[in-house]
Design a protein around this ligand. Structure first.
Ligand code: PRT
Ligand code: ZN
Length: 296
């Protein structure tokens, strides 16, 4: 049997981050050998095992070195760190991943007389984020009672369990349908790649390789390859309009000295208004293409 060392990475088994986390690994060239119903899946083509677990358990998998990398919401990591008495202090956010975006916010009933955070003095606040909330209240010198709830936090004011709530919000529709209004944002969060302190050199090198591949996937996802023809005398204006492009390639067109071809990798979104601005500056035959892979 091979005694090759294997990196272990923990991702959410099912829930809001599960699909995208798995897709991100797959796009990074890591394919699973077994079904997703198991706790542990071996990657076929990379010395890596994937643990499919509840997001709340990922910090413990990392802190105990069962896994060296994990993907979870910043909110979940920071909450564990806030409550963990230093147990999770060594866990490091390596890379924001751009999905699972949400915010942890205070929300109050429509008829609650909210002027500022000070309006919460002496009130009862329901939340699943006791650690982050109590740090926030302490930092702002507010004394309030916290009621911890595992779910359905938004019903707490209606059932008189609490005066106000502190919960995750993404679209805001849950708050609206429960007659609540969003106030202070305590934290903005997204899914993040987290690492523990990796002592083993070989495992650290594998983690570095996976991280670098994920970075490349994210960069390619946000980037576009742009090709266009530019009048020679408006080249400077056109270069200035290309978003997030360092140094476009400029090539002569055979038999034409009035136009040049411009090829650029734009590391920001290329929207219709950018294309219209390019056109207004004289650009012709503008092509915008997705990039499949990119390695710096
Ligand atoms: O089973 P497991 O423990 O793994 O999953 P879970 O049920 O604890 O977590 P899950 O899958 O619901 O969320 C995982 C992560 O997704 C969270 O830790 C956040 O980082 C992120 N995320 C992004 C969200 C939301 N958006 C979100 N809207 N997590 C929860 N919500 C809930 C929120 O609590 C509220 O009940 O959605 C409701 C509000 O949504 P809107 O769209 O109506 O505002
Ligand atoms: Zn959870």
């Amino acid at each position: 049997m091979s005694n090759e060392k294997r990196l272990k990475i923990a991702i959410q088994k099912s829930g809001r981050l599960a699909e995208q986390s798995l897709k991100l690994l797959e796009k990074s060239g890591i394919t699973l050998a077994k079904s997703r119903d198991q706790l542990l899946c071996r990657a076929e083509n990379f010395p890596l095992d994937i643990f499919l677990v509840r997001d709340d358990d990922i910090p413990a998998f990392l802190a105990t070195d069962v896994c060296q990398l994990g993907i979870l919401g910043q909110n979940a990591l920071l909450e564990k760190q806030a409550l963990g008495n230093g147990k999770f202090a060594d866990l490091r956010q390596v890379l924001p991943l751009g999905y699972g975006k949400c915010r942890l916010s205070m929300a109050v009933p429509h008829d609650f007389p909210y002027q500022s955070l000070a309006s919460l003095e002496g009130k009862v606040i329901a939340t699943s984020y006791r650690g982050l909330l109590s740090d926030y209240l302490t930092a702002n010198n507010i004394k309030a009672d916290i009621v911890t709830m595992e779910g359905a936090v938004e019903v707490a004011p209606r059932t008189h369990l609490a005066d106000v709530i502190c919960d995750l919000v993404s679209t805001g529709s849950t708050l609206i349908s429960n007659g609540l209004v969003e106030k202070d944002v305590i934290l903005r969060s997204e899914a993040v790649l987290v690492s523990n302190n990796i002592a083993d050199e070989q495992i650290a090198a594998l983690a570095e390789k996976v991280t670098s591949r994920i970075k490349s996937v994210l960069l390619a996802k946000n980037s576009r390859y742009v090709m266009l023809n530019s009048p020679t005398d408006s080249l400077a204006a056109i270069k200035a309009v290309l978003p997030g492009s360092q140094s476009p390639a400029v090539m002569p067109r055979q038999g034409r000295d009035d136009i040049v071809a411009v090829h650029a990798v734009c590391e920001e979104g290329v929207f219709w208004d950018t294309m219209e601005e390019l056109k207004a500056n004289g650009a012709k035959s503008i092509l915008v293409m997705p990039i499949e892979k990119m390695l710096d």
